[in-house]
Design a protein around this ligand. Sequence first.
Ligand code: PEP
Ligand code: MN
Length: 308
Amino acid sequence: MRHYSRLRRIAGRAIMNPKWNGQFSRFDLVAKASDGMPSVVCAGGVEIGGADFVVMAGPCAVESERQLLQTAEAVAAAGARILRGGAYKPRSSPYAFQGLGLDGLKILSKARAETGLAIVTEVMGEEDVDLVAEYADLMQVGTRSMENYALLERLGGCGRPVLLKRGMTATLEEFLQSAQVIAMNGNPQIVLCERGIRTFETATRNTLDIAAVPVLKTVSRLPVIVDPSHAAGVRTLVPVLARAAAVVGADGLIVEVHPSPDQAMSDGAQSLTFRGFSDMMDDLQPYLDLRKAVQRPSPRLVAMGGMD
Ligand code: PEP
Ligand code: MN
């Protein structure tokens, strides 16, 4: 237990940077409330930002009913609570698979009916918001769309919570600014997702900005999850980045899983097999215990006002 209280002290010290409050306080609808209480976002009955570490998992893209249903059953059995799968895919190459569109949404909804998992899927354009909201429990905004203000504004009135991924070249200030746009348009139910940013490093697909998690948890009231798959770009790195996310206090993960990653139509190299995913979930447990220790506010810090 002694090292737990030391961890709390370290987490406490990290949140004492006076620069942040001034930098982020103008995003009042997403900033940390004066009572310090975090927001809990409810997606299809699953609470994100509460006590539980919520794992969302599934293929990058919905490819077929069989592929998605098999994956849904496997990830549910391993402990995932939300099924991911893109029906509309923002691909960098115009020649790459663009997704099944409406047919993909229908397959996702069948998987929800069969497994009880909630559904997260990407919406790329403002014109698709109403349609995607009919099928999704959580509306995903991808890294390439974080600054699509017409889309963000429409999501303000969509009636569903939003999973906002950090733009790959966005600062945390720009990230929170986008969250504020959704909130200003009527929707405070937002989950932030750190998915890696572009740096000079090429050994990984993106550079996971692990410090973004404690910074965002300090200055914002919104839940923060991590996408280790798009950060890593290779499946062997995904479990260790997932553990890192847990110990810095993330509220959950979004992870790519595929029945046969080498045949995947997108992002196979970073997708876990069913076995790889269930091993990752089993190995996470001790790190989730550490996460609880980091998240529990120390009475000393509260007395110092350090959690504001
Ligand atoms: C995805 O989740 O499959 C995806 C395209 O993610 P990102 O927008 O972070 O690249
Ligand atoms: Mn992907």
